[in-house]
Design a binder for this molecule. Structure first.
Ligand SMILES: [Zn+2]
Length: 247
């Protein structure tokens, strides 16, 4: 049996997703939790950021995929009229449809409190560079060593007058990880996200770390080329952020 609105979707799934949306909007937490995959309840609770004081839900779509999952989009509306769209993915386990992934859409990169200037001020020129739309990496003019993370003197020759040239903000992915867990409240609503370690040919192959933009559905692997983007932080008091995009 299929739902007439969603012909490619089993009727019991379509009904279950719609019921789930109503339960989320109504704050019926026991019903919502019963829809979550048992081994992911903590992760799923922290994954999506709802509007304040939700009072309505609307099932926008359900479709098969990826793989054996089904993907649903539900729009939630808060009492103040603010809205959020959640993308949930559903899996059938022992005859029951359960949520195995959920996130806000569109895919937005997290602003974590860890990305900020160091207290000792050693990396201040790097952050000033980001504000100016440049990627500045520490360099020793005496021995041509590129240095990251920043040091007070050159680790190779102990020269004390280090410089901060702007380097071409392109590189290749040296390593990457996709994070599904909300290890900090600031990443809720931005999961999953991909962090990449990028090797910079223009800076002696030194590596810097940043969030990959549009990383959720991206086919990421080592060696792919990426280009930096300088993302102004939402709060003007905080420095801009170095992001990466597949190129
Ligand atoms: Zn040196």
């Amino acid at each position: 049996m299929t739902d007439t609105r969603f012909p490619d979707v089993p009727t019991d799934l379509a009904e279950g997703v719609e019921r789930h949306g109503r339960a989320v909007a109504a704050g019926e937490n026991d019903v919502v939790l019963a829809d979550f995959r048992r081994d992911r309840i903590g992760q799923l609770l922290a994954s999506a950021r709802p509007p304040d004081r939700m009072n309505a839900s609307e099932l926008l779509s359900i479709e098969p995929g990826p793989d054996e999952l089904y993907t649903a989009h539900i729009r939630y509306t808060g009492a103040g009229g603010d809205q959020a769209v959640f993308r949930s993915r559903w899996i059938e386990i022992d005859g029951t449809w359960l949520v195995t992934q959920v996130r806000n859409v569109p895919d937005t990169p997290p602003v974590t409190p860890f990305a900020e200037p160091s207290e000792d001020g050693l990396d201040t020129p790097h952050w000033e560079g980001l504000a100016a739309g440049e990627l500045r990496i520490q360099h020793c003019p005496a021995c041509d060593e590129w240095i990251w993370s920043p040091r007070p003197i050159c680790p190779a020759c102990h020269h004390g007058e280090l410089e901060w040239p702007s380097v071409e903000p392109v590189g290749t992915i040296y390593g990457w990880t996709r994070t599904w867990q909300a290890f900090h409240p600031s990443v809720t609503g931005h999961l999953p996200y991909v962090v990449v370690a990028v090797e910079l040919p223009a800076a002696g192959n030194r590596r810097v770390v940043g969030v990959l933009l549009d990383g959720d559905g991206a086919d990421v692997h080592v060696g792919l080329h990426v280009k930096a983007e300088f993302d102004s932080a939402p709060d003007p008091a905080t420095p801009p952020l170095l992001r990466w995009r597949l190129s």
